[in-house]
Write a protein that binds this ligand. Sequence first.
Ligand SMILES: NC(=O)c1ccc[n+]([C@@H]2O[C@H](COP(=O)([O-])OP(=O)(O)OC[C@H]3O[C@@H](n4cnc5c(N)ncnc54)[C@H](O)[C@@H]3O)[C@@H](O)[C@H]2O)c1
Length: 248
Amino acid sequence: MINKNCKIGVAGAGVMGSGIAQVMALSGCEVVCRDLNEEILTAAAISVDSGRFGVKSAVERGKLTDEEANNALARLHFTTDLNNLNDLDLIIEAIPERFDLKVSFWKELDKTTSDRTIFASNSSGFPISALAAATERPDRFIGWHWASPAPVMKLAEIVKGRETSQETVDTVVSLAESAGKSPVVITDSDTNWGYVTNRVYFAMLKEATSVVNEGIADRDQIDQLMTDCFRWPSGPFGMTRGATSGWK
Ligand SMILES: NC(=O)c1ccc[n+]([C@@H]2O[C@H](COP(=O)([O-])OP(=O)(O)OC[C@H]3O[C@@H](n4cnc5c(N)ncnc54)[C@H](O)[C@@H]3O)[C@@H](O)[C@H]2O)c1
């Protein structure tokens, strides 16, 4: 089981990766966050420091002390060098939602990274067993699906692949809990994209789009109706806009 002094890698420093790296550093882990170029890493560092959901804003809102924020920033390192992901307890992948990209990423990493490292994908819905098959460690491969903005949302949709070991599940559940999230372990599907959250969400979005196409209501009206009726923070269309922009 990984303890508080865990070392975590985050691949991708975009909307999700930067927030995931921030959360894991705040939870006490040493974090190395890797992306392809310095511009992206600089933007990620700014977002973690002084973005809308960054640590400075959390201090201003009384959610963190200055000391907690500074300690987290000191534990978080940004890099373009893939070699810096070599010897870690866990790597969380948050690169774009393209199956071919994720498969080649994991295949390459599997060759260079320590055998003990657990691999977790923040895919929005690709079957975890299919991603795990790109590696020689399907027992140490798991889905850990976060929601945006990662520093705020409690979601930890933990997807157990066909060969994911119970030890891997227990380790990731424990890390998610110590990061303040609410893990729910679900079973992988071989055939459907979306796990639970996105399958249910996209079913609703499909119906909302049919309502627009039938001329019954426009997008803004639907968002307002759903927000007012169910006390959701956002309607189906607003949710898509927010998730893709990081709620900026
Ligand atoms: N945005 C959301 O609301 C949301 C929510 C949950 C899950 N996700 C999932 O998280 C993943 C990332 O989404 P995002 O919105 O953060 O995308 P994004 O485009 O904001 O960030 C992806 C980053 O990955 C980088 N990247 C590409 N190849 C890489 C590699 N080999 N190594 C390291 N970095 C690499 C890109 O340069 C980019 O900065 C996707 O699988 C997405 O489906 C997104």
